[in-house]
Design a protein around this ligand. Structure first.
Ligand code: SAH
Length: 356
């Protein structure tokens, strides 16, 4: 089977076996990528129009009890300058974001025990009360079923928890022994059961990754059927054991985005900051490969440089309104338009309509 045939097969909705997907991911040419992107773009245009959703991300703590080997805010990085935002500071970020036009707030952080259920639920319910027309997305890592349940009850709508890699042996090479693949999967399943819109996803080009691993990621995602997928290149951080590992590539990330779009037409798919870090127009290229979400930063400017997951992370000092306008210009330059509003997954939008 040739690569064009493989891409056609995926676009028609037939699932290729892992070895065929791995062949494609290990051998595609620039023409193959262009072909997959064109098909993926047509799919997102059919489902969403030529639109891009924006989400404001508040990186509210870089304390972390975990030790993911790739991550710049891992516990063992003594050089990280740690910070945490108070509930009031987090609310201020949302208020400024709201004034700047944002209608989804993503609260992301390291796994910081200071934000226990009581404090975290307090934060979520305060945001829920202040901004009833906004979606609240959490990205707080692995917690208990009860914790996820309380957070949902407090008003959270969505949860991002990348699976990082769908291969247990590869997972064990990227994480210390106490962080297990099984627990990550259990958490993803709990989140889905609790009724969150759930996001999983992986890094592209992480250490030890082969095309077969990426093929398994795609197969996992078609089976799990997430509402959102966070996917971007691995980029080394100088204070981690992976400091000398090569970064993933933009083209491999674009191919993965295109295949995600073809396999899951309705998925909410960000063109990630990591893609924008490796290529000044990486996020625009991501949209042209089927992505339909961009997540600008709403954190206070003074902490933005401290949430350093990897080296040279894309950084701007823009306030929410300025960053929205700059994203609007960028997407307009490729013929797309930013839409305001919560931007729920189509399945949830339909459900909401039924409920009204
Ligand atoms: N504590 C939360 C948020 C983690 S940071 C959680 O566990 O989900 C969000 C994502 O950044 C991670 O899931 C990981 O995929 C990505 N990331 C971390 N280090 C990275 C690196 N060096 N290069 C690229 N992406 C990285």
């Amino acid at each position: 089977m040739g690569n064009l045939e493989r891409i056609d097969g995926i676009a028609r909705g037939s699932m290729l076996p892992a070895d065929e997907l791995a062949q494609l991911l290990g051998s595609f040419t620039d023409e193959d990528l262009e072909y997959a992107s064109t098909l993926a773009r047509a799919v997102s245009e059919r489902v969403f129009g030529k639109t891009v959703y924006i989400r404001g991300i508040v990186e509210f703590t870089n304390y972390c009890k975990n030790n993911c080997i790739y991550c710049g805010i891992r516990r063992d990085n003594r050089n990280a300058c740690r910070y945490r935002l108070s509930p009031e500071e987090i609310l201020t970020c949302c208020r400024e974001g709201y004034a700047g036009g944002f209608r989804t707030f993503v609260l992301q952080g390291g796994e910081d025990p200071w934000y226990n259920d009581e404090r975290m639920c307090g934060i979520v319910s305060a945001i829920r009360a202040a901004f009833p027309d906004c979606a609240i997305t959490l990205s707080l890592g692995e917690r208990s079923y009860e914790s996820y349940r309380l957070l949902k009850q407090a008003g959270a709508d969505r949860y991002l928890l990348r699976h990082e890699t769908a291969d247990p042996a590869h997972y064990a090479l990227l994480h210390p022994a106490e962080q297990t693949f099984q627990n990550r999967m259990d958490c993803l399943n709990m989140l889905r059961e609790l009724g969150y819109q759930v996001g999983c996803g992986c890094m592209v080009g992480s250490p030890y990754q082969t095309p077969l691993h990426l093929a398994k990621d795609l197969i996992f995602m078609t089976q799990f059927r997430p509402h959102m997928i966070g996917l971007g290149p691995f980029i080394p951080h100088h204070d981690t054991p992976f400091r000398d590992e090569p970064a993933g590539t933009v083209r491999q990330s674009l191919m993965m985005l295109a295949l995600c779009r073809l396999m899951l037409p309705e998925v909410l798919l960000p063109a990630t900051t990591a893609l924008g870090t490796l290529d000044p127009i990486g996020r625009e290229r991501g949209i042209l490969a089927g992505a339909n979400v961009i997540m600008p930063n709403l954190s206070p400017v003074s902490v933005r440089e401290k949430y350093m997951l990897y080296d040279n992370k894309l950084f701007s000092g823009d306030d929410p309104e300025t960053s929205r306008k700059s994203i609007e210009q960028r997407v307009a330059s490729i013929g797309y338009r930013v839409v305001m509003g919560r931007g729920d997954h189509p399945a949830f939008t339909a459900e909401a309509r039924k409920g009204n």
